[in-house]
Write a protein that binds this ligand. Structure first.
Ligand code: RVP
Length: 500
């Protein structure tokens, strides 16, 4: 006979945190949001620890090198999606690993024979006023000169005049070689009164441009998540179909961590794929999921998973519960899996972090997820709203929206994963929609982090482990849930994320 497990399937909206005593040393600036990302011996530090407990969802509408760079600079981590040819995914990984703060890969490039009209149109499109002139018109071609919007004017210079007639040629241009540091480049910018310093390799090929205005940028991000070589960290999603071919290329591209991506991770396929990865790439951490209960956690931790993702059916674009009747309220799932993680740690001496994935609607839900035992959270909708996410930004009557669609939606289903083994999806598990546009990730995440710090201060916790062990939660009734909201007409809701 089927078993009905104890307890109700609960979601984050059904809980609130009780304030704990706040000591005088407990201030928002003193809160440390560091948290383990991957398995480690109890008592030891994690080989990779996030500096802020946020990861971005393994989704086409969320993952991009731009978002991965911005998130890692703020202490979190992106997992770039795998529903595409591995060469494309590896190129995105490389773009993140090769990112050097202040060193810009030129996106406004022309050939010397291109007409000024082409240059003008390119500058209009990219919004940049400095262009590199290279032999092949790419950002990595042999550098022949630089041209800025101050070097030509449409009323003075005919549109068909070649760029070469207005550029500053490379033989009189100050350039640097690619062993230069950012602070050395900055000294040259000031000493030689330059706005832009091109950096070339031994063959004279363009590597980067350094702009005077970007120098102070690095100082804005004291919590960057970097590897031993000071390169930003980035993760990669993988699947149980083509992992044998995909993982070697992702490892070669420099992925710091992998995650098997499935709406149901409690499967022999995933256990086998994790075991294969541990055998062939023992130094590359790999997470698994998704699961919703302690038994499934033990299954994946036992298979070697370095972290386990929790959540089935709670995602904002997800209709798995409607379609298959499979899932569990996200709060119940996190509480159950966190208890199993702690029991596993006590038995085995190995701490396997857990991630609460999907269904975080309000900023305070992230704090609730941590308080309930999640080591970090993963979000799709939250990140899809920002400039750095790949979805198109579209105007509406009330402002802008960004496109956001599920990996199980019709829009995503043309991708490789649904075509393998002759299988194609006969029904959809996700929807294709829009989220309110929320501007720049750096600014949005700063507000979220400020709220999280304030919540932890109210709960008297300076670290996430502290928060997890001392948090007191209460289940809210429907009536007290109503009481939580303003009961007057609100002139302006606090932020777009909350309103949507
Ligand atoms: P959310 O943050 O609520 O937008 O949820 C994102 C999560 O939803 C993803 O990390 C993934 O686990 C899940 N997802 C992605 N696509 C789909 C789907 O099409 N059903 N679900």
């Amino acid at each position: 006979m089927a078993q009905i497990i104890d307890g109700v399937s609960r979601t984050f909206n059904e809980f609130l945190l009780l304030p704990n005593r706040t000591r005088t040393d407990c201030s928002p600036e003193a809160v440390d949001l560091g948290t383990p990302l991957v398995r480690h011996a109890v008592g030891d530090p994690s080989p990779i620890a996030l500096r802020a407990p946020f990861t971005s969802a393994i989704m086409q509408a969320v993952g991009s090198p731009e978002l991965a760079i911005a998130l890692a600079r703020n202490g979190g981590l992106s997992f770039l999606h795998h529903n595409r040819p591995v060469a494309d995914q590896a190129a995105d990984i490389r773009a993140v690993k090769n990112f050097k703060a202040g060193f810009v890969v030129s996106d406004t490039n022309v050939r010397p024979g291109d007409p000024l009209s082409t240059l003008q149109e390119l500058m209009r499109r990219t919004g940049h006023s400095t262009a590199a002139v290279t032999d092949d018109g790419t950002g990595t071609g042999r550098l022949l000169g630089l041209v800025t919007s101050r070097d030509f004017h449409p009323q003075r210079h005919p549109a068909d005049e070649p760029v070469s007639s207005r550029m500053i040629p490379v033989d009189v241009l100050p350039v640097a070689t690619d062993d230069i540091t950012l602070s050395q480049a900055n000294s040259r910018l000031w000493d030689e009164r330059l706005d832009c310093l091109p950096v070339v390799d031994g063959d004279g090929r363009l590597r980067h441009l350094v702009f005077r205005s970007d120098y102070s940028d690095n100082k804005r991000f004291p919590n960057q998540l970097v590897d031993a070589d000071k390169r930003l960290r980035v993760g990669a999603g993988v699947n149980t179909h083509d992992y044998r071919e995909r993982i070697p290329e992702l490892a070669a591209a420099g992925a710091d961590v992998l995650c098997f991506d499935s709406s149901d991770g409690f499967s022999d396929w995933q256990a086998q794929a994790i075991a294969w990865t541990k055998e062939h790439f023992p130094g590359l951490p790999v997470g698994g999921g998704n699961v919703v209960d302690g038994e499934a956690f033990r299954f994946l931790a036992g298979a070697g998973a370095d972290f386990v993702k929790v959540g089935v059916g709670g995602g904002s674009i997800c209709i798995t519960r409607d379609q298959k009747g499979i899932g569990r309220g996200q709060a119940s799932a996190v509480l159950d899996v966190a208890a199993a993680r702690d029991a596993w740690a006590a038995e085995s001496g190995q701490y396997v972090p857990i991630c609460s994935d999907g269904g975080l609607v309000h900023d305070y839900h992230m704090s609730l997820a941590l308080a309930m035992g999640a080591d970090f959270v993963m979000m799709g909708r939250y990140f899809a709203r920002f400039d750095q996410a790949p979805g198109a930004k579209l105007p509406t009557r009330d402002g802008f929206v960004k496109e956001y669609w599920g990996e199980g939606s019709g829009r995503a289903r043309n991708w490789q994963r649904y075509e393998q083994g002759g299988q194609s999806l006969v029904f959809e598990e996700g929807v294709d929609g829009y989220v309110p546009y929320a501007g720049d990730l750096n600014e949005g995440l700063a507000v979220t982090i400020a709220k999280m710090r304030a919540t932890m201060v109210s709960c008297g916790a300076l670290t996430i482990p502290d928060f997890q062990s001392t948090a007191r939660l209460t289940v809210v009734s429907e009536q007290s849930f109503q009481e939580s909201h303003a009961t007057v007409a609100v002139r302006d809701a606090p932020d777009a994320f909350e309103r949507s």
